[in-house]
Design a protein around this ligand. Structure first.
Ligand code: FAD
Ligand code: GLY
Length: 370
């Protein structure tokens, strides 16, 4: 007989953790104040790109991201099987473009450490680069090619996770509007606005950019802030883009449905998810520098989501020292889609009492409370 686990939040993190815990035999209840997948997770570009997203070096966060990338092939099969739904998973590889000769040096530096961590990447330039990505602007001097990076279509992935949860027996409650954690030290009791009471042995907090609301309840600092990402998509007229293409300003990723998704701004705008002309114009400006053909096109779709950013850029992953009944899995900032399988595995391991690897201390949820 497993534990009774209450998961707060139905984004990619809450759904993945709920699914993994259910697969391991626990009784799981997932509580969502609005709709599952309706926030950052449904807005994401879906890139699984630990090398391109971590340009600084192989720190603990990179290792977490890489570990998750390696879990993806088996994880996505499992989610597809359990949900009976399919979703795009494309092993496109990526190109990180440099526009100046001087930037080639930084690509070389990155290639060096990335090779030590499994990448079989290399630098492409000239004819070879434009054969690989024919529509890429000739202003691009060189690009770091990383074949290991891939992407999913995030809205479908999240829908499949929700379906897999439902079919495996996770009890999902949506549109609860507001939740209060009434008890967390000796047992877990969460109360919904309409008075419904949810009980469990453990509480897993996966409420993304909203997790800070629980600071007072648990008496710890939870410095998670929303960083708005405005993003847009062109239709098939954008032409063929074969790889995910990153520049220092943004990225472009072609989806199997024929759209070219281009992101994304990083704005401090509170919990406002509106799209601004200025935000989209900046994206369009970068996009046409990478693909000249985009200069005359207008994105047909624009949207925005709130990344759960933390003070140091790392997620908060782990149990509270005051009560092992409470675990946080929030603050995945730019990489929550990528990090969903590893977060689910580590959360389930921790809840089952397994010792987490030493490097996980970088993600200690109480590191800001000292
Ligand atoms: P969310 O998806 O925001 O889910 C949190 C949920 O908790 C919400 O549904 C919310 O309603 C609910 N909630 C809030 N308060 C409560 C409460 N008190 N009780 C219960 N529920 C509550 N990541 C990648 O890996 N690759 C990408 O390419 C990528 N691209 C991105 C592009 C954009 C434009 C944006 C905005 C993000 C992108 N991300 C990407 C980041 C990724 O989307 C996030 O890291 C991830 O979705 C976070 O998941 P989450 O479940 O923690 O948060
Ligand atoms: N990881 C891409 C983004 O957050 O925009």
């Amino acid at each position: 007989m497993g534990d009774r686990i209450v998961v707060m939040g139905g984004g990619v993190i809450g759904l993945s953790c709920a699914l993994e815990l259910r697969r391991r035999g626990h009784e799981v209840t997932l509580l969502e104040i609005v709709d599952c997948g309706g926030q950052a997770s449904g807005a994401a570009a879906g890139m699984l790109a630990p090398y391109s997203e971590n340009v600084e070096g192989p720190d603990a966060f990179f290792k977490l991201c890489l570990g998750s990338l390696n879990l993806y092939p088996a994880w996505k099969d499992e989610v597809r099987t359990l949900s009976g739904q399919t979703f795009e998973y494309t092993e496109s590889g990526s190109l990180y473009a440099a526009y100046h000769d001087a930037d080639r040096l930084s690509l070389e530096g990155r290639l060096l450490w990335q090779r030590a961590f499994g990448s079989t990447g290399r630098i492409l330039e000239g004819e070879e680069l434009f054969r690989a990505e024919p529509l890429l602007s000739r202003d691009v001097k060189a690009a770091l090619y990383t074949p290991e990076e891939s992407h999913v279509y995030a809205p479908d992935y999240v829908r499949a996770l929700e379906k897999a949860c439902e079919l495996t027996g996770v009890a999902i409650f949506e549109r609860l509007e507001a939740l209060t954690v009434e008890e967390w030290e000796h047992s877990v009791v969460v109360r919904a606005k309409d008075g419904r009471r949810f009980e469990g042995d453990r509480l897993l907090v996966c409420s993304g950019a909203w997790a800070k609301e629980l600071e007072e309840t648990f008496g710890i600092r939870i410095p998670i802030y929303p960083i708005r990402g405005q993003i847009c998509a062109y239709g098939q007229e954008a032409g063929e883009v074969r790889h995910m293409v990153f520049t220092s300003q943004g990225y472009l990723v072609a989806k199997a449905n024929g759209t070219l998704v281009c992101g994304a701004s990083e704005d401090v705008a509170g919990f406002d998810t509106s799209v601004t002309e200025r935000g989209i114009d900046r994206l369009r400006h970068w996009n046409r520098q990478a693909f000249l053909g985009l200069a005359d096109l207008t994105p047909f779709h624009r949207w925005a989501g709130l990344r759960p950013s933390t003070q140091d850029g790392y997620p908060l992953l782990g149990q509270l020292s005051e009560s092992k009944r409470v675990m946080l899995a929030a603050g995945h900032y730019r990489n929550g889609i990528l990090l969903s399988p590893v977060t689910a595995k580590l959360a389930a391991d921790a809840i089952e009492g397994a010792e987490l690897p030493e490097w996980m201390s970088a993600f200690d949820p109480e590191r800001f409370s000292l």
